[in-house]
Design a protein around this ligand. Sequence first.
Ligand code: ZN
Length: 241
Amino acid sequence: MVPATTVARPANLVGQSETHLCSAEDAELLGARVHRDAIEPFVQLRAAAAAEGFHLAIDSGFRGFERQLSIWNRKATGQLTVLDGEARPLDIGRLKPRELVFAILRWSALPGASRHHWGTDLDVYDQAARPEGYEIQLVPAEVEAGGMFAPLHEWLDRRIAGGSAFGFFRPYDVDRGGVAPERWHLSYGPVASTYLRLLTLDLLRETVERADLGLKDVVIENLPEIYRRFVINLGNNDATA
Ligand SMILES: [Zn+2]
């Protein structure tokens, strides 16, 4: 059964309300703000990881609309680096507006469409494998074979494949022509699948239209394609349902 707290208002879906999140005390213990229904499963996954010598830690949990808007607008104006598919810096002066929008979307969600708005999605790493003073970058080199967090992710792969990841799965497991593969990004499927169903193209359009968003006209013009390629185009969470 879907827990009652999973029922979300539109504002919860697009990062403009925080009523679905855990308490400040829980956030302190977890190291991030997460959806209140994802706390228990995360604690279970973390305990299973600890039994194997990993310290499963959250680099980023909930992110609100304003924060995502700030990331988007700084990328749209060149204040923040936009990366290509291989995570190399792009010269955005050479891109047409539509190309810039799709380049940003490769690594950054459209404000209103980030799964981090839901608190169900977490960027994770292994604190036990993190060298002293090392700043987490969330780049492929950290999580690919030979990377410092690869053993954690290989363990997670086995748990997810075996249906024993307590409902967590990888929405960005492989390249589907939308969001770049993000091995560090886990999602709590039982709540996230409900939220995804409720986040319609119309709700996203209304949200974007109201926002002070860079490249807004280009985004609105291409919104059906953005929705198809970057919002609903995901890894499958059947094994964890
Ligand atoms: Zn993420």
